[in-house]
Structure formats: structure tokens, C-alpha cells
Design a protein around this ligand. Structure first.
Ligand SMILES: [Cu+2]
Length: 199
């Protein structure tokens, strides 16, 4: 082999090696992307043990076989919570008898003030299929985390506090699995029709 040919072979070899390396890296990247599942649905919800407005323990097991709605908030909330709970009540009312086969949970993010008695007073203004749940701060923090709910105390000028919180209504199926955020910006009948599909 001439010196020139040898050099050519070396250059070609290096080029081929580089090419292989490149493809290898691309395979690794695409491979790892496939392995993590890309758009795998994040797990929302899960087991809980809280106290309802009558002071009774309620767990996720009590909801087995029923699709249900979950909303987090607090009784001192000036607007978002009462509006949302009113809308949820309208949906439950639209369901008629089928409402007995569903449930709606209002879970407080303000355990300090929202005792079972306070929750009982408050929830009495809404549909009777609603469960108003409270518990100790740690139990509520765990449920909020499971539902990816954000909440934060905000001090008020005149003393006391309010809370910022996630205002999503979650639709869960009869196995307690998250389906989708539940849209209340439509006629209660239309929303009730969607809920009915999961009975
Ligand atoms: Cu609120």
C-alpha cells in the first residue's frame, strides 16, 4: 500500500468510527426517551383516611365502585370555593337518582379552622351527596400532595389569613383512578352526562 492509500484508509476508518459513534449516541438518546415513556400519565390521587362532616372516618375504600369528583379548598374562601361547590351541586342535582352512585369530595386545605363541625355547617348549603373532609395537617398535606394540589397560607392586612390553592375539580373513575380535570364551565346537564359515562 502506498503511503497515500494508507492515509486514505485511516481517514475513512476514522470517519466510519465517528459515524458509528454518532448513531450510537442517537440510539442511546431515543432509547432512553422511549424507556421513560415520554408522556406517561402522572399518577394523581390515591389512598386517604380523613374525617367527614359527621366526625366519621372516610377512606378511599368507601368510594369503591363509584366515580367521584374531588375539590380542595376551605370554608373561609370568599369566592372560588363556594362558586365551585355550587356548580358541583348543580351537576349532582342534574344526575337525579344516579347521584347516589357517585360522590363529590370537598377536602379542606385549612385544617386549623375547618373542624368537622365547621365543615358540617358549611356543606349543608350544598348538595347532600357532598362529603366535606378534614383531618390533621399531616394527613391533609399527604392527600393534597397525592392530588398535586398546591396551597399556601397568605397573611391578611387586618390580621388572620387566607389561602391560595389549586382550584381544579378532579374526575376519578370507579376504581379511584384519575380520569381528567372536570369541566364545570358548561350546562350542569352536559357535565352530568360526562359523569354518568363512568357509572
Ligand atoms: Cu377557595
Amino acid at each position: 500500500m502506498t503511503q497515500r492509500a494508507t492515509r486514505l484508509v485511516l481517514v475513512l476508518g476514522a470517519f466510519m468510527a465517528g459515524l458509528v459513534l454518532c448513531f450510537g449516541v442517537i440510539l442511546l438518546i431515543t432509547g432512553s426517551r422511549t424507556a421513560t415513556g415520554g408522556l406517561q400519565a402522572a399518577a394523581i390521587g390515591g389512598p386517604f383516611r380523613l374525617v367527614d362532616q359527621d366526625g366519621h372516618a372516610m377512606t378511599d375504600q368507601d368510594l369503591k365502585g363509584k366515580p367521584f369528583l374531588v375539590f380542595f379548598g376551605f370554608t373561609y374562601c370568599p369566592e372560588v370555593c363556594p362558586t365551585t361547590l355550587f356548580d358541583v351541586s348543580e351537576v349532582l342535582r342534574s344526575l337525579g337518582r344516579d347521584a347516589d352512585r357517585t360522590a363529590a369530595l370537598f377536602i379542606t386545605v385549612d385544617p386549623e379552622r375547618d373542624t368537622p363541625d365547621k365543615m358540617k355547617d358549611y356543606i349543608a348549603s350544598f348538595d347532600p351527596h357532598m362529603h366535606a373532609l378534614t383531618g390533621d395537617a399531616a394527613a391533609l398535606a399527604a392527600v393534597a400532595k397525592a392530588y398535586r394540589v398546591y396551597y399556601k397560607k397568605v397573611p391578611l392586612d387586618g390580621g388572620g389569613y387566607t389561602l391560595d390553592h389549586t382550584a381544579i375539580v378532579y374526575l376519578m373513575d370507579k376504581d379511584g383512578r384519575f380520569v381528567a380535570p372536570f369541566n364545570l364551565k358548561r350546562k350542569p346537564e352536559a357535565a352530568a352526562e360526562e359523569l354518568r359515562k363512568y357509572l
